[in-house]
Write a protein that binds this ligand. Sequence first.
Ligand code: ZN
Length: 362
Amino acid sequence: MNVISISDKFHTKEDCLGYMENLRWSGHPVCPYCGSTDNIPVKKEFRHHCNNPECKKTFSVLIGTIFEGARLPLPKFFVLIGLMLNARKGISSMQLRRDVGITVRSSWYAAMRVRCAMVETISDMKGTVEADEMYVGGKPRHRKVTADNVAWLSRLEKPKRGRGAQNKVKVAGMVERDGRVITKVLSNFTAQNLLAMLKRYVNIDKATLMTDEFASYNSFDEYVTRHVIKHKQKEYVRGNVHTNTIEGYWSIVKAGIKGQYRVLSRRYFPFYLAEFAYKYNRRNAQSLQFESFMKDALSDGKCLIYHKPKGDPLKIVYPRKNKPAKANTRKFNKANKDAGKTKAKKKIAKAKKKKEIKTEKE
Ligand SMILES: [Zn+2]
């Protein structure tokens, strides 16, 4: 379904609600509060009253889905979903605002709801699996040198790219060759964190790992067969051994960030990553998969941005809030002290001269 057919098919709120009821319940409404199937339709359309004596609530199909509490008219919401699903490298909320005809805040919130539905957990990765890491964040800008940041800036004089980069978001990823990808924001690329990823997502018995020579991957050898490609020695392909698939995926993500989003917050970065992964994992689908997405969005456990996320995003490790690096004041103080000493010496010298002049006069 393309965007035009979506807007043709879903003219009114009732069209959307009917479609969603069919998809979610297929004619047998279930109470989202207590799970009871005993309910009657209320006079008002598309609402149901739960007959469970302990519940007795009325509900619509939107409760417990990404649409709960959304004020955006559903037909517009559906068009927005269509636009987002069609955009291979993402679509910014400003663009959505122009295309759908709503405000930026509405488009941002709606887009975040859609991204919530795109969060998925993958397990049982098989075959050749490539693992690698990515650093996201712009170049360090020129800043005014002050007493607080003098040491920090001196460290940034030669900004590092890749490993060892300061103040960047760290993303670890694993991808099956010709298969699915999973990415995760980590606070640090320690062996422990990466091993946790391996155990959670990869079928250890049926997978062969391909990594580069990063030391944190050495702990993988206890669990899986692993081949190492030595990037430091400028070796990028050795027969079947390479990590080019995941490098290619990183380039897609970075192109999306640079081309579409421009600026992303650290806090919501995992959701954007989920969007990229969702689209990558369905890249072979010919047309946009509106119906399968709607099924995902209406299934249980999909979170809402306004409420505490019930699903996976909570488990995603958020990076710590970036504290400014402690200024190494020692150097600065020493420099100040030295300057102070020379000043004092000059003063003493001046005073001495004055005394000498005085004594000469006398
Ligand atoms: Zn109920």
